[in-house]
Design a protein around this ligand. Structure first.
Ligand SMILES: Nc1ncnc2c1ncn2[C@@H]1O[C@H](COP(=O)(O)OP(=O)(O)OP(=O)(O)O)[C@@H](O)[C@H]1O
Ligand SMILES: [Mg+2]
Length: 503
């Protein structure tokens, strides 16, 4: 029987890449006024499925139906004409355009004021004249979501829309999606690896594993436990107790940041008079909502931005060993691996090679054997899903690309690690794998500066932490001295509204 509520449907879709079957005979229906979820771990086939639904990829088997008719979308552009909008995991904004120019592509008739209001619904205000290339990932995602929600779409396909949103923003997004779904009879499909995304506002869930459909149910008939097991198989890895944080260390200071102020790309000051020190083997967390200066802070500590004032001083341990604080002794897992840190057209192995050459060369010659061995170990350890180490990053899933960067930076022989939301885009299993490795690095004596937008992550990993708001860092205190509420209050600027600080 044909369900007349179904607006877009994939029937028995399959996609092969060479010998790999990325999606294997999977049917998913998107219904008017409902939110369906495509759930699965990194590499499960979610993005591939979405791209078949919108015509970017041609299926090897099965067919797509739009409003009951077989739809042969020649391209995603064709699908957009039929009012199927997609928000991709890696952004589709035009980097060289400003925020306003990007928004105008979708809303040619809205005034600047209206555009600003729309964007502000999903978080902090954004300067319309800012060039998109310079924005943090969280804000880019917000713009994409604003564009999609404001359009006249009949179907919205969202690939991991919440991966860079803070908790409140995520809740607001789901509320808005649910409301729009109801009001306009919009059909929505969300690909995600986050279980929390499924439970509150969605009606149907389909779980993919290794390209196969392993579970399909109304959300009200399932629960977190069942979904976890469907996604990952056994769940023992996830229930492991966290590694206890070490006591605040009495050990020597390895890195000291004194009264650091950093110019922003569009604001006169992105970081305002920030000071902290990190001891040997300590993890210091800085938590903030996207766009509060935390990326500029990380860049300045790494040496990618020149501070306006203040300094980043290497501690005695580094100086005694005759080293300056320089790239060689500092690992950096950046905010946006595709833009910075990785070369998307190079192979997995060569991406390891580019920043491990000091560890992997004999004289001026690359030690290919050592590099190959290293790649093999890193691929195993971080469970990177790739054919061979020669495969280009372009062919990896979003989460697996992120793993390549994290695996490389977490395997370097360094004194300091700067980790900027290291688990973004990773499924729960891999997230814990990454956390475990960061904690082990710290236990080995590496000092870690963790930049996070996720309160759970910051509390899980940090020995001491502080929150950042509009460039200012709160007091940095040992973890047990913070409550979630206090962190949240600082991150959202509630402390400012209460008139506690700031002229
Ligand atoms: N263009 C391509 N060429 C070769 N293999 C590909 C290509 N695109 C995807 N794959 C492979 O297909 C599988 C599914 O990838 P897909 O991107 O759909 O996963 P995903 O569920 O979206 O994962 P993630 O949560 O990491 O984004 C992966 O093993 C990936 O390496
Ligand atoms: Mg994906």
């Amino acid at each position: 029987m044909q369900d007349s509520n179904i607006v877009l449907e994939g029937r028995g879709l399959s996609k092969r890449f060479g010998d790999l079957t990325a999606v294997d005979g999977v049917s998913v229906a998107v219904r008017r006024g409902q939110i369906a979820v495509l759930l699965g771990e990194n590499g499960a086939g979610k993005s591939t499925y979405i791209k078949m639904l919108n015509g970017t990829l041609k299926p090897n088997g099965g067919a797509v139906y739009f409003e009951g008719q077989e739809a042969k979308f020649g391209s995603a552009r064709h699908a957009v004409k039929r009012k199927i909008h997609t928000i991709y995991q890696n952004f589709a904004l035009i980097d060289l355009f400003t925020v306003e120019e990007n928004m105008r592509l979708t809303f040619p008739d809205k005034s600047a004021e209206e555009l600003e209001k729309m964007i502000e619904q999903y978080g902090k205000a954004v300067d319309l004249d800012e060039r998109v290339a310079l924005l943090p990932a969280g804000i880019k995602q917000r713009l994409e979501i604003t564009r999609a929600l404001g359009s006249d779409a009949k179907v919205l396909l969202l690939d991991e829309p919440t991966s860079v949103l803070a908790y409140e923003e995520r809740d607001r997004l789901f509320k808005d999606l649910a409301r729009l779904g109801q009001e306009r009879g919009l059909g929505i499909l969300i690909a995600t690896h986050k279980l929390q995304d499924v439970m509150d506002y969605c009606q149907e869930v389909v779980v993919l594993k290794g390209g196969r459909l392993v579970l399909e149910k109304p959300v009200r008939d399932t629960n977190l436990k069942e979904l976890t097991v469907a996604m990952f198989g056994a769940s023992e890895e996830l229930e492991k107790a966290p590694v206890e944080a070490g006591p605040p260390s009495e050990s020597e200071v390895v890195l000291e940041v004194r009264n650091l102020s950093v110019r922003g790309d569009n604001v006169p000051m992105a970081v305002k008079d920030v000071s902290f020190s990190i001891h040997k083997g300590e993890i210091l967390g800085v938590i903030a909502i996207a766009g509060n200066g935390q990326l500029e802070l990380a860049d300045a500590v790494y040496g990618l931005r020149k501070p306006l004032k203040g300094e980043v001083a290497p501690g005695l341990a580094i100086l005694k060993a005759g080293r300056k604080l320089r790239m060689g002794r500092v690992a950096f897992a950046s905010d946006d691996p595709v833009q910075m840190g990785l070369a998307i057209d190079l192979s997995v192995r060569d991406n390891f090679g580019v920043s491990l050459l000091d560890q992997m060369s004999k004289g001026s010659l690359v030690d290919w054997k050592a590099l190959e061995e290293f790649s093999k170990r890193a691929i195993d350890k971080f469970e990177i899903k790739c054919y061979t180490q020669e495969e280009s990053l372009r062919e990896l899933s979003g989460g697996n690309i992120q793993k390549v960067l994290v695996a490389r930076e977490l395997s370097r022989d360094v004194d300091v690690l700067i980790a900027v939301h290291p688990a973004r885009g990773l499924d729960l299993h891999t997230t814990y794998l990454v956390y475990k490795n960061i904690l082990e690095m710290a236990r080995r004596g590496v000092s870690v500066l963790l930049i996070s937008e996720d309160v759970d992550e910051a509390l899980y990993l940090s020995d001491r932490l502080g929150a950042m708001y509009e460039g200012e860092l709160s007091e940095v205190k040992a973890k047990p001295l913070w409550t979630r509420e206090a962190l949240g209050s600082f991150m959202t600027g509630a402390h400012v509204m209460r008139g506690e600080a700031k002229a």
